[in-house]
Design a protein around this ligand. Structure first.
Ligand SMILES: [Mg+2]
Length: 382
């Protein structure tokens, strides 16, 4: 079997799919994208094409190493996202060629179903509470929401009260019926993170995500020493080599590699295994599309330390398209009380609606995240 062609499709809301074709008619799908930089990742994918065309797609490990090591410069959001989507498509091809789901090729299931959580948008407590009520009807009992809007490096007691008061209202409305994680989204400086973590402790969030930016990861152990709230991070770390530093220095209770950003299935099963050795839980980041989610699930189903799976159904970013719009086998994505079952189809388990993808890719707008500014006009972290 030989790889013959790579085709990319940028599609709404902010995703990109990759189709890899072979000379025997088997095709694999991947989802290489960085939100807001789809065109840059697309170029990187095309630059990897000469490393792939004419090669045997079953030698995933070797192709991965060639893409990673073969170009001298390596790593980072763009290149590792390009490799990630290519890697997913290669696993899809391998599973289809052998007639088994990818998790079978990774040693088989460690669990019968995987717990997912739902994002809750909105910043006003009343809106968040109403949204949670609706999602409870769908069976979800675990949620994630942003912990705060923009916050200055040293901010006021009013800003702290706003962030903490919202969480207090949500806990008061639902008691122990629900669990929720809070995403600080890298918006919070180290000094304010310390304050907020202490103030939020009584409301027992499941975790606080990106309490500070990954580039300030030396603060994770210091913050962990000052709070009993589990700290999570990893969506902006792109390889084992970045994760090994946070494993060594400690502080994180949960790592959240993104299957479309951190080198794909090949890299993320290794990151998951490294985390297991440090007694750190895995909760793959996934605000993306169906191929990314399927790839996450393949890793969750073979990783003992996988605790929660993010998924983007109904997420506030999904303007113009929803997760299942491009999927033929939608029934396989059905959630039961927030759990999802292992896909049984060969490969990643997603039947992509290719016609729909082609249509949607025509004139797809480029998604950009908003640029926020503080009251004084200086740039704020979004
Ligand atoms: Mg996040």
């Amino acid at each position: 079997m030989q790889i013959t062609k790579l085709t990319t499709y940028r599609i709404p809301p902010r995703w990109m799919l990759l189709k890899i074709e072979t000379d025997v008619g088997i095709t694999g799908w991947g989802e290489p994208v960085i939100e807001g930089r789809a065109r840059t990742v697309e170029t990187a994918v095309q630059e990897f094409a000469p490393n792939l065309i004419g090669k045997d797609p079953s030698r995933i490990n070797d192709l991965w190493q060639e893409m990673y090591r073969g170009g001298f410069y390596r790593g980072g959001a763009i290149l590792m996202s390009a490799i990630a989507g290519i890697d997913q498509a290669l696993w899809d091809i391998k599973g289809k060629a052998l007639g088994v789901p990818v998790y079978e090729l990774l040693g088989g299931l460690v669990r019968d179903k995987m717990k997912t959580y739902s994002w809750v948008g909105g910043d006003r407590p009343a809106d968040v509470i109403a949204s949670i009520r609706k999602l409870r009807e769908l069976g979800f009992d675990t949620f994630k929401m942003n912990g705060t809007e923009e916050l200055a490096m040293i901010d006021s007691s009013i800003a702290i009260d706003a962030a903490v008061g919202r969480v207090a209202e949500i806990r008061a409305a639902f008691g122990n019926e629900i669990e929720f994680g809070l995403d600080f989204h890298g918006r919070v400086s180290a000094p304010m993170a310390k304050v907020l973590l202490r103030e939020l402790e009584p409301y027992r969030p499941l975790f606080v995500e990106e309490p500070v930016l990954a580039e300030n990861a030396e603060y994770y152990p210091r913050l962990a020493n000052s709070t009993c709230i589990p700290l999570a991070a990893g969506e902006r770390m792109y390889s084992r080599y970045e994760f090994k530093r946070v494993f060594e220095q400690g502080g994180l209770s949960i790592v959240q590699p993104d299957l479309s950003h951190a080198g794909g299935i090949t890299e993320c099963v290794k990151i998951a295994a490294m985390a297991e050795a440090y007694d750190i839980a895995l909760a793959p980041h996934c605000p993306l599309g169906p191929v990314a989610l399927a790839s996450c699930l393949q890793v969750d189903f073979v990783s003992h330390n996988a605790v929660l799976q993010e998924q983007s159904m109904g997420i506030h970013y999904n303007q113009g398209a929803e997760l299942l719009d491009y999927v033929v086998n939608r029934e396989d994505f059905a959630l039961e009380n927030g759990y999802i079952k292992p896909f049984t189809k060969p490969g990643l388990g997603v039947e992509v609606d290719e016609q729909r993808v082609i249509e949607a890719s025509k004139n797809a707008a480029d998604w950009r995240n908003p640029v926020w500014r503080h009251a004084d006009g200086s740039i704020a972290e979004w």
